[in-house]
Design a protein. Structure first.
Length: 630
């Protein structure tokens, strides 16, 4: 009788559904469904069935070779890239086997890992037309929304048919404390859909079969690892924030503000401590200031600050709004890293969670109780031979073994490259190749044959007391010279470029252009220490830009390229973590060299140039001479 008081069609549908449950009494005729309401039920049921069928196609069942664990994953690109948990991929190392609902098993390799946020990117190999999931914007997900967890709980999916469980979104913007500084879940979703060991890394879908997030952990009973209706999923927004970094093949770190906060007596969130070396401090944030927004999201409690920061990669620059002495200030702030140096690598070794229990050994070739499925056409390398290894290639085959100690197929091993600080350096090299190709397309004819640049034109006043002047800028093997009006500054190679950046002078433009010239001449392999970093906002603004880092002569340079056009937008020259980098902004028209350059430090523009002539002089020995005096 209580439900009838609501007088809504939804209440009538609920009553009708309850009336058909076992043991239920016959509903009153007044609760009988109309033809329209019956149509709504059928439409909802049909949408749910279609959504699950769609979602199953992008669900991945992950198996560690040798039966040492596994979990779930979700395909996000036709080329086979899939997201899973770091604690799922870690027992497998760099190689695993993955099954899909189509009944096929695929070789897969690790691409990049985020041990702090418990994410990993893997690639299934053998196809370029995989079915993929579509991300749902996290702000659209609300408490009460229907959701479905599809995956491989208890590694039951040995027949390659995933398990489907249903529930609702029980909570949003949840925070789960890390183990030390690893496996932190910030701003995540809570669900009552049945989550058990083996669901880890799998997708949480909405009723349309689109991706809400990546399942990661659950609150289990203390004695038995049994679901109690409280599971958590990493948000789709966080996963997308880290995707660019994961594609880099790196081991990725998370961000910190460089300040701590607390809740004041009036309920406001205020800074309780701040590092003077942090970018937040350089942007004016001080002790006692009130934090109002981070990346456009309102801060209501002190927990909200860490909850949001946990969703960003280190070094991102995001907008922050704070109140200081009654005045609201909005500014982009460059976030620092949670860990220093090799600290993250050391913590990874000691803080990995135990893998899920191995499934029982197979009874027969067709048994659903079997171990990791075996592909029908699995290659059997010949590296088990007893004769000595005579070549480096043979040695490579011998070294590349899976978690069970069996040789990895040679074609797969070619996509695995182990290097300190990387999950798989092979993928970083792919990104570096894309970077230099885009750069040389934008500056044609500059590879290994051009050594001298001469730029000339007019300065653009950046303050009221400045006037336009002619300028000339020279870069050659002999040194660098910037002339503005009657004033000229000449630098030689060595620490002078580092010094002018550190002192935030106009000549910082020379450090950035030198890095561009050197990269075009030598390429990533010879520039110095070069690696593809991932993606980040440009001055706090999206879309996310591709970032390549190159270090030479104690200067770190960051090249930011537009994700669609591939054009170079900014070069940053970083002299140290305690000062603002020199930022050289490029403005150009399609298929033309840049016609305007702007040099910034922090939020201040110190030099703006309009280029009328850009000359490049050839030198056959440019590649050989460019390292002299470096």
């Amino acid at each position: 009788m209580l439900l009838r008081c609501f007088g809504s069609a939804l209440s009538r549908i609920v009553i009708a559904c309850l009336a058909i449950l076992p043991g239920a009494t016959q509903a009153d005729d007044s609760n009988a469904l109309t033809e329209q309401e019956q149509g709504w039920i059928e439409e909802f049921e049909s949408a749910r069935v279609e959504g699950i069928a769609k979602a199953k196609q992008s669900t991945v069942m992950v198996f560690v070779p040798g039966g040492g664990g596994g979990g779930s994953g979700v395909l996000i690109s036709p080329e086979g890239y899939a997201l899973t948990n770091f604690h799922v991929s870690s027992p497998a190392g760099t190689y695993m086997r993955c099954g899909l609902a189509d009944g096929k098993v695929y070789d897969a390799v690790v691409v990049g890992i985020d041990p702090v946020g418990d994410l990993a990117l893997i690639q299934l190999l053998g196809r370029n037309d995989f079915s993929t999931a579509k991300f749902v914007p996290s702000r659209q997900v609300q408490v009460g929304d229907w959701c479905f967890a599809i995956g491989n709980p208890f590694l039951l999916a040995t027949n390659l048919q995933p398990t489907v469980t249903a529930g609702i979104i029980s909570g949003v913007r949840r925070y789960q404390y890390p183990s030390g500084t690893l496996l932190e879940y910030g701003n995540c979703f809570q669900t009552d859909a049945s989550i058990n060991p083996g669901n880890s890394g799998g997708p949480l879908y909405d009723n349309q079969g689109d991706l809400i997030g990546v399942i990661g952990r659950a609150s289990f009973e203390k004695r038995g690892r049994v679901n109690v209706g409280v599971g958590y999923a990493i948000s789709g927004d966080q996963a997308q924030n880290f995707l660019g970094c994961l594609y880099s093949g790196r081991i990725v770190d998370h961000a910190t503000l460089g300040a701590t906060v607390g809740t004041d007596e009036d309920g406001s969130v205020r800074v309780t401590n701040i590092l003077s070396s942090s970018d937040a401090y350089r942007r004016g944030l001080r002790y006692g200031d009130e934090i109002i927004e981070i990346d456009g999201q309102v801060i209501q409690t002190a927990n909200d600050v860490q909850n949001l920061l946990a969703t960003f990669p280190a070094s991102w620059r995001i907008p922050i709004t704070y109140r200081q002495e009654g005045q609201s200030i909005e500014t982009p702030v460059r976030l620092a890293s949670v860990h220093r140096g090799s600290e993250l690598l050391q913590k990874m070794k000691s803080a990995l969670p135990p893998p899920p229990p191995a499934p029982p050994k197979p009874i027969g070739p067709d048994s659903e109780r079997g171990d990791t499925p075996n592909p029908q056409n699995k290659q059997t390398p010949d590296s088990d031979r007893e004769e000595p290894l005579d070549t480096k290639e043979d040695a490579r085959k011998e070294v590349m073994r899976d978690a069970a100690g069996d040789p990895i197929p040679d074609e797969i091993a070619k996509r695995i490259e182990i290097r300190e600080g990387y999950a798989n350096y092979f993928y970083n090299r792919l990104k570096q190749d894309g970077f230099i190709n885009r750069l040389r397309n934008e500056f044609p004819g500059q590879d290994a044959g051009q050594s001298s640049w001469k730029l000339s034109g007019q300065t653009i006043p950046v303050t009221a007391d400045q006037t336009a002047s002619k300028f000339e800028l020279l870069l050659s093997n002999d040194g660098y010279e910037l002339t503005i009006g009657d004033e000229s500054e000449r630098l030689t190679r060595g620490d002078e470029l580092l010094r002018v950046v550190d002192e935030q002078r106009d000549a910082g433009i020379l450090a950035c252009l030198h890095a561009l010239q050197r990269m075009l001449n030598l390429g990533p392999d010879k520039f110095g220490e070069t690696y593809y970093w991932g993606t980040m906002p440009l001055a706090g603004e999206r879309p996310l830009r591709d970032v390549t880092v190159a270090v030479h002569a104690d200067l770190e340079h960051r090249f930011l390229q537009h994700p669609e056009t591939g054009r170079l937008e900014v070069i940053e020259a970083v002299a140290g973590t305690d000062t603002d980098p020199a930022e050289l902004w490029f403005e150009s028209k399609e298929d033309q060299l840049p016609h305007r350059l702007q040099l910034r430090y922090g939020l201040t523009t110190v030099l703006s140039l309009e280029i009328t002539d850009w000359q490049m002089q050839s030198n056959e020995n440019a590649a050989d001479n460019s390292d002299e005096g470096a």
